[in-house]
Design a protein around this ligand. Sequence first.
Ligand code: PEP
Length: 256
Amino acid sequence: MARKFFVGGNFKMNGTMESLKSLVSALDDAKLDSNTEVVIAPPSLFLIPVKQHLKEDQDQQVAVAAQNGYHEKFGAFTGEISFHQLADAQVPWVILGHSERRSLFHETNEEVGKKVAAALKENLSVIACVGEKLEERESDKTMEVVEAQLEGIRAEINDWTRVVIAYEPVWAIGTGKVATAQQAQDVHAAIRAWLKKNVSADAADKTRIIYGGSVNAKNCKELGNEPDIDGFLVGGASLKPEFIDIINTKLGSSKI
Ligand code: PEP
């Protein structure tokens, strides 16, 4: 089946009121491929103003995502924002398990799985990130690592319909060192095979698996042509005008 192409922009801890306003204006003014789903993830402080600035009357409605969330609804959890609060504020998406959260904030596979389940329970959609470090790739452990990350999620959820899997090799994030289209395709195909074996044929067929790691306007077309690459999670380039070209990767392409 045809899976809708998906492009996410992860702004990380970047931007100011002023700079994000002009970024959103650029998105509002651009002609964006209406066959591509677009989600942008500003820092949580800016979720509401960014959402308010996004134009609603265009073919392509850009949605917003949080970059993290917490499973408890309310309480004494200083500094956290709950999935319940995100849902209440009509933030429809959340990125979970990003490698920076795993490495800098020590989120384990189990915690990420629990977060995915808690977010889905609040009817949020989830961009769930997986990916190996350089030393793991070099010692042929890529799929072992990725499968353990996926297993952390599978242990907690049955329904994958509101999950987009982002394969982000850690060595390619923010480094300018992009995976080759073949390297990415191989892992995406292996993730799809894992879904078929461990979840269902339907989940394997329908779940979007997007690539992240130094995607830019120059490399997006080749990556996007691979049969199992259903879009991108973009970091650095999502803050630049070329993000629009990345969103429009499939325009003029022959891939259905
Ligand atoms: C990311 O942080 O999810 C990412 C892919 O970053 P970059 O595009 O900058 O490598």
